[in-house]
Design a protein. Structure first.
Lengths: 245, 245
DNA sequence: CTCGAAGGACGGAAGACCAAACCTTTTCTC
DNA sequence: GAGAAAAGGTTTGGTCTTCCGTCCTTCGAG
């Protein structure tokens, strides 16, 4: 080497590189996955889960591990199981009350919003590029449910999640779908205890409407604008109620 | 129940909910983390890693587990270790040639681009909102290195990564930083074997310039536009050379 | 020459996960 | 009504990963 290369010092961020490596166990991840799917209503109350022997095969884990997770979810009241032929594991109805959100969750709320911003903007662009007619038909249905639910926050949030997850599915990108469900799960924990008067939900719906219109026109730029505005709404609400940083 | 509720059927996507749960071991995750940090140049050749006893503490894993990872990285030629006082583990210089990308990686290249789109758009918006004067100074430096490297793809790619990771750091959101490094690692694998003539790099730099200008003006909308255009460039190149789906 | 800091090696304990059975309960079918 | 079938519930044993602690080896600084 004739000459020292310009920048050989560590340019940045060994903090991120050497940050703790958190290895979630299969048990934990299963509880998380099924739990959020239930909390988000992706698995509606009353739904029957696949039989244990098939579910563990689909999840790629041992049956004993799956049973650990199901036992945990059953003890927390999210599912219940009945024995015998025709039995099975079912999503509880009604669901148990949400547990209070953890302090560390609350401390990192802005990071959660940042993550959501990324996922939602990406989804907005790709959904606008790729949504098919069938996708749009489904989304229109969900939007109708959304308009019908401005008076009932629980139902509204339910439909809201279905809309956003539906958009993610329209991108045909499994990773974005799971990223969306994950981030919506985190957002639900944050949003749960915040009052949402009907007029807020109505204005939120106006944004939904413009978002869907942009997707229908296959106009990614407009979709991004509508989505960004939509997200800013909830972020401002949170910023007003939660401690900064 | 007096009346069946409107939509109680599973609305969508049990496929995603019941998708296989991959449980990465601590060993694998450590190899991944350190390996990509090295491949991306976040840990430059010649850099000394922290001592094993400290590094395992920072990573939150046992020393034996860390040593497994270091042994793997040493056998693949990415690092080497010297014993005795003043010794340590160092990033190799030069680095071993990149191994050919796996077929499953190649098959999912579009998903990787989708993920990148989300991360980069989110970073573009938040960096435009939050970048400080110091952040911009660093980014300007990196941009200068970028302009000086249009003739040398390896150096260019190196600086390119530093720019994008630098933007992520400007968001002050650790999750976005790690998401960025992860996705850049995946992109590097895809990009490695594709010819990049100087004029392509130059036009790419024009987009970088507009991106930085938008960030400097704290104009998220422009930043998103510049970033989107920038990403489309590489995506079109890949689409031309890689099999669809 | 000695001390200390670094990598290197071993061995046991604990826990997560898996695999393959077998048991119990319930219901459907003949 | 008897039995088959389908579901959850239980037990056992084994493998693999990870952790923890201890000790060894090397070699530069003082």
């Amino acid at each position: 080497m004739s000459e020292p290369v310009s920048s050989r010092e560590p340019v940045s961020s060994p903090e991120t590189v050497f940050a703790p490596v958190r290895s979630q166990t299969a048990f934990e991840e299963t509880v998380e996955r099924l739990g959020t799917a239930i909390k988000l209503g992706l698995l509606a109350p009353g739904t029957q889960l696949p039989a244990e022997r098939e579910l563990c095969r689909r999840l790629g884990i041992a049956r004993s591990t799956l049973r650990q997770a199901l036992t945990a979810l059953s003890q927390s009241g999210h599912v219940f199981a009945t024995r015998g032929r025709g039995g099975g594991t079912f999503v509880s109805d009604p669901q148990p009350p949400a547990d209070p959100l953890s302090p560390e969750m609350l401390a990192r709320w802005r990071e959660t919003c940042d993550q959501r911003l990324a996922v939602e903007l990406g989804v907005a662009v790709l959904a606008a590029e790729r949504a098919s007619a069938e996708d749009l038909a489904v989304l229109d249905e969900v939007y109708a449910a959304l308009e019908a639910a401005v008076e009932d926050f629980a139902a509204y949030r339910q439909a809201d999640i279905r809309l956003h997850v539906g958009l993610a599915e329209a991108t045909r990108s499994p990773r974005l779908v799971s990223a969306m469900t994950e981030v919506q799960g985190a957002m639900t924990d944050l949003i749960a205890y915040i009052a949402h008067p009907p007029q807020v939900l109505a204005s939120s719906n106006a944004q939904h409407k413009r978002l869907l219109a942009a997707v229908r026109k296959h106009d990614p730029a407009s979709a991004v604008r509508a989505m960004a505005e939509h997200l800013q709404g909830t972020e401002h609400v949170l910023a007003g109620l939660l401690p900064e940083r």
